[in-house]
Design a protein around this ligand. Structure first.
Ligand SMILES: [Zn+2]
Length: 289
């Protein structure tokens, strides 16, 4: 009896260990693992109980003066599949939503982990995508080929082939990002009557937006309409070399040459709305497979 229990314990512990083990390319970047070793990070502290059972690693690498730190979270049962990127450490509801998504759908996410600010050591992580050895965007403080290569090597390790690139963000109530505001490079599509959007609740809120992107000036209307039918407000971003801002969406369109990209934006504090958006977007992605 004792030997059976010992055997079970041993095989379970081997399984538990190997299920959170990292591929060698990522292992070399790992600084610490496990939620108890990482509980000084506010994201970990805030989500401590819901992170139990997931694999959590602190990833670190240097580029120029920046010592990047990121949390890599994966589902030990299904680590490959959907994979999310969270560049802004102040967007706490996005982190909570990412934990929800990984527990429910498998896969993982990578989140910049600094002092809880939008900027990491002076750099906006979502204006830092370029493989060039020169600065190419005004909001890029220095060239960033290492950052770009590492982030995409992690994403491409866990993202199943054919799956889109995914990001999660939070925005401020009636701030610069809104489905009611267009710019020269974006076009907005409302999933609800304007009156309901203005009422500002849940999925209809002007801050609840799924961003898509592409290199054509014409929005991909079949995709737009499918998302609208799912009850998601949609913003299409038209990307070309002259308006490249070194954000992730721009890099994916220009360098990865694909429009398989979705970013779910919801207002700060609205994680239940953002989780509902994840459910609807994942259903949309599965249907279009
Ligand atoms: Zn953001």
């Amino acid at each position: 009896m004792k030997s059976i229990r010992l055997f079970l314990f041993f095989s379970i512990s081997i399984f538990a260990k190997s299920s959170c083990s990292l591929p060698s390319n990522i292992q070399a970047l790992s600084i610490k693992s496990g939620i108890s070793a990482l509980k000084n990070y506010p994201d970990i502290r805030r989500n401590y109980h819901s992170l139990k059972g997931l694999c959590v690693h602190l990833i670190g690498f240097n580029e120029g003066r920046i010592h990047w730190r990121m949390l890599l979270v994966t589902n030990p049962k299904h680590s490959h599949g959907l994979f999310w990127y969270l560049p802004h450490d102040n967007e706490n509801s996005a982190f909570t939503t990412a934990v929800y998504a990984v527990k429910k759908y498998g896969g993982g996410f990578l989140a910049v982990a600094g002092r809880g600010g939008r900027y990491f050591q002076g750099q906006d992580p979502n204006r830092n995508f370029s493989m060039s050895h020169k600065r190419v965007c005004s909001k890029q403080k220095a060239p960033s080929p290492i950052y770009t290569k590492v982030v995409f090597s992690i994403i491409d390790t866990y993202k199943r082939r054919g799956m889109p690139y995914l990001a999660l963000h939070n925005n401020t109530n009636k701030g610069g990002v809104s489905i009611l505001k267009d710019s020269t490079s974006t076009k907005s599509f409302l999933a609800y009557p304007k009156k309901r959007v203005l009422a500002g609740r849940g999925l209809a809120d002007e801050d609840s937006i799924v961003y898509i992107a592409g290199s054509s000036k014409k929005p991909p209307m079949s995709k737009v309409n499918a998302l609208l039918r799912s009850g998601l407000n949609v913003k299409y971003e038209f990307v070309n070399r002259s308006n490249n801002d070194c954000s992730m969406s721009n890099y994916i369109v220009l360098q990865k040459r694909t429009n398989k990209y979705y970013n779910i934006e919801a207002q700060h504090g609205k994680s239940s709305t953002q989780e509902e958006m994840v459910d609807r977007l994942v259903n949309h992605i599965i249907r279009r497979k």
